[in-house]
Design a protein around this ligand. Sequence first.
Ligand code: FO1
Length: 319
Amino acid sequence: MTAHYLALSGGVGGAKLALGLSKICSQGTLSIVTNTCDDFTHLGLYIAPDLDTVMYTLADVVNTKTGWGRADESWNLMNVLKTIGGESWFLLGDKDMAVHIERTNRLNKGESLSAVTQALTQALNIEHAIVPMTDDRVQTMVTTELGEMAFQHYFVREGCQPKISSIRFDDIENARPSPAFTAAIADPELAGVILCPSNPFVSIDPILHIPGVRDMLNKLKVPIVAISPIVKGLAIKGPAAKMLQELGKEASVYSIARHYKGLINGLIIDTEDAPHGPTIEAMGIRVKVTNTIMKNLDDRKNLAATTLQFIQDIQHDKL
Ligand code: FO1
């Protein structure tokens, strides 16, 4: 039996670990299920930022400065759109636009998001399965001091500035996990589940909130491990720390452990947070301390290897 792994990911932070995993897992042994609650319709097009970030990262065409969008991008469309008074707060490069147009066109013809994603990843020669969490339309809505708004409006248009008081996932109660997601959980060769170092509230929670997903994960006999996206009270990327504070929680690895308690068997924390280890272990969660800041490909591969070893260690101790 070959060990298969299932990774749950959001955008930029998760994609870095997903890349590391993709480099050390052989073809066909890794499924990366990606959040689609950040998706939105913009300029009449269906935009799926987290799927595209993971896809571009694994295809090695991502803009490494931003972590999203494509490398060697041109901005002709955006520039012209601005001059004719179009909405230009969400930056869509010319190459990136081709993907949004093709995806929207296929969706409008009745293809599922799973089928479109499979076609796009195949065209980009990606060896591993990148899978949308659901084929149903769902959307993260953020309640802020300026009112409720869709995630990308909060994140990009408002630059995460307005104070938030709550988050909800619109229509999640009617969503079903995508067929490949269900199959990955039911895979008899599944050896472990990895919650990538993505924002727990807006990237991983939507995946866990799809009806039935948490129950299916809880029934698994294989380890579920998370990698903390918070190091020394700060988010490695994005607004996770600010969100934690505004939602009345402490920005620390301890909050991440509490958030995932009851689901995960292990939590990987950064060396800087080693002193929190015993408190987290006292909660019944195994802790692995290592470097979690992924600056280059070696860091990504090392963290991926440590994660898979941690899964094996937990499984071994369970037997
Ligand atoms: N993030 C920004 O901060 N500004 C942008 O203009 C922007 C455009 C964009 C276009 C396509 C895409 O796939 C991602 C894009 N992102 C942008 C990133 C995106 O908002 C975030 O990565 C995620 O939604 C958060 O996980």
